[in-house]
Design a protein around this ligand. Structure first.
Ligand code: NAD
Length: 451
């Protein structure tokens, strides 16, 4: 049995969080899927049925689709067009050294696709840019690279669209299975209709809104979405600072009241250590850079980033004032991933906080249920990595909760009292029952709470 309608098979360039999740989902729908990934280690793991990333539900489904032979991974694109009709580009688009988006991976993937197309003898494939790119990239950069390397014409010999991804790490597979919307940007109706038809074989079109627009609008929808989400987080973090300074202030209650307004809504109003990860900060910077190029004043976005950075430094300064200096003090950091449910530490609040603690002379011990290996690659040997929460807290002068993993919400005040040298906890994610901890003798500092 095979899915995907008119599509014989799908190729995916880049098997990271987006590409691998998409590939596993498509294969689970019986669409023959080939992931092209330049990292040989990742390819080796995938072909053994092992997930190179931590995402709920992914390992089990990956193992199944690899065993069934519906999904495979390779390091080279080769003559893939003999086997697939659609190719998704899902490579990274990190921030470059000057703050602009680094599109080199997208350019390289486009060249590889162009070369494979030049050697292909079969019909006109559909190429879909899923990586997050600034407006103008798909038509102004991807299209000419493919046309030049393949000597073929877009709209005739191959088709092109941009189809931004909105999944959230931590629920990547669920989000890919049930997207809240599908946005397709192209200048050619055949491309839009073909992708729409493909998706209609995978999703219930009555339940998922589909928006077909120009490539630039589609590209901008993605950047604007992430900028708006970041704005909401920084807004509530600004309110949290006010709450800390006014009698009885509690940002949890203020956020609840705010969220009851249907024009605002309750989501993304959790005060804490701010946003991180591979998307929100970089997409905000990309939009800022793009707006500046147009002469648009985007200082609003600067403020969003500034509040986010300040939220992390405030925690370090608070630690310093609570301990009367950090030199030689033992600080336990609970949580390294930028959010629970993932092993991704890119731009995680914890990483920035740890670097700042180390710079101020603290001895840092860390714990995370999923992200220790990734954190080790980023932080190196300057900190002690603990497999158990207890070992992290043992003898600590202060603990910072930096990711809201459920296991940290289950911390017991009496355990904290018996393990820590100085029972002080900074609850950076507002997950502890403050009153219970205080009654047990633990000194707590909670973001957004007057105390
Ligand atoms: N991670 C998310 O939550 C998320 C959500 C929505 C959109 N996005 C966007 O999707 C894109 C991918 O994000 P990600 O988090 O999956 O990135 P990632 O870094 O996890 O994965 C990218 C993968 O592409 C591989 N790669 C790069 N160039 C290649 C090439 N030429 N050939 C083969 N493989 C190549 C890399 O080795 C890497 O494994 C980015 O533009 C990102 O902004 C990410």
């Amino acid at each position: 049995m095979s899915g995907g309608g008119w599509v014989r098979g799908v190729g995916i360039i880049g098997a990271g969080y987006v590409g691998l999740t998409l590939g596993v989902f498509l294969a689970s729908k019986y669409v023959r899927t080939i992931c092209v990934e330049k990292d040989e280690e990742k390819v080796g793991r995938i072909m053994k049925g092992l997930s190179p990333i931590h995402e709920q539900g992914l390992p089990e489904l990956l193992r199944q689709v690899v065993e069934d032979g519906v999904l495979e991974a390779r390091t080279e694109i080769g003559d893939m067009f003999e086997e697939v009709d659609v190719i998704f580009i899902t490579v990274g688009t990190p921030t470059g050294s000057d703050g602009s988006p680094d599109l080199s991976q997208v350019e390289e993937a486009s060249r590889q696709i162009g070369n494979a197309l030049a050697a292909s003898k079969t019909g006109a494939p559909l190429i879909v840019v899923k990586s997050t790119v600034p407006p103008g990239t798909t038509w102004g950069i991807v299209r000419p690279i493919i046309e030049k390397t393949s000597d073929r014409v877009c709209g005739k010999d191959f088709h092109l669209c941009v189809n931004p991804e909105f999944l959230r790490e931590g629920s990547a597979l669920q989000d890919t299975m049930n997207p809240d919307r599908i946005v397709i940007g192209t200048k050619h109706s055949w491309a839009a209709e073909s992708l729409k038809k493909f998706y209609e074989t995978l999703y219930n079109p009555k339940k998922i809104p589909m928006l077909i627009t120009s490539p630039t609008n589609a590209e901008l929808i993605k950047l604007a979405t992430n900028a708006y989400l970041a704005l909401k987080i920084s807004f509530i973090n600004l309110i949290s600072q006010i709450c800390e300074a006014v009698e009885d202030g509690d940002v949890g209650v203020v956020a609840e009241g705010l969220g009851l307004d249907p024009r605002i809504g309750p989501l993304f109003l959790r005060a804490g250590l701010g946003f991180g990860g591979s998307c929100l900060p970089k997409d905000l910077r990309a939009l800022k850079w793009f707006a500046a190029g147009l002469g648009v004043d985007a200082s609003l976005l600067d403020s969003v980033l500034a509040i986010n950075g300040a939220q992390r430094i405030r925690v370090v300064k608070k630690s310093e004032s609570l301990l009367g200096g950090l030199r030689g003090r033992k600080v336990a950091v609970l949580g390294l991933a930028f959010k629970p449910g993932t092993d991704d530490v890119r731009e995680a609040a914890a990483i920035e906080i740890i670097r700042e603690l180390l710079a101020r002379g603290a001895e840092v011990r860390v714990h995370d249920p999923a992200a220790l290996d990734n954190a080790m690659r980023v932080l190196g040997g300057g900190v002690t990595y603990c497999q158990r929460i207890q070992d992290c807290l043992d003898g600590a002068d202060l603990a910072i909760i930096s990711t809201e993993w459920p296991e940290y919400a289950l911390l017991d005040p009496s355990t904290v009292m018996s393990l820590m040298h100085n029972p002080i906890i900074i609850d950076g994610r507002r997950i502890l029952d403050n009153k219970r901890f205080r009654e047990a003798g633990v000194k707590t500092y909670t973001i957004g709470l007057y105390q």
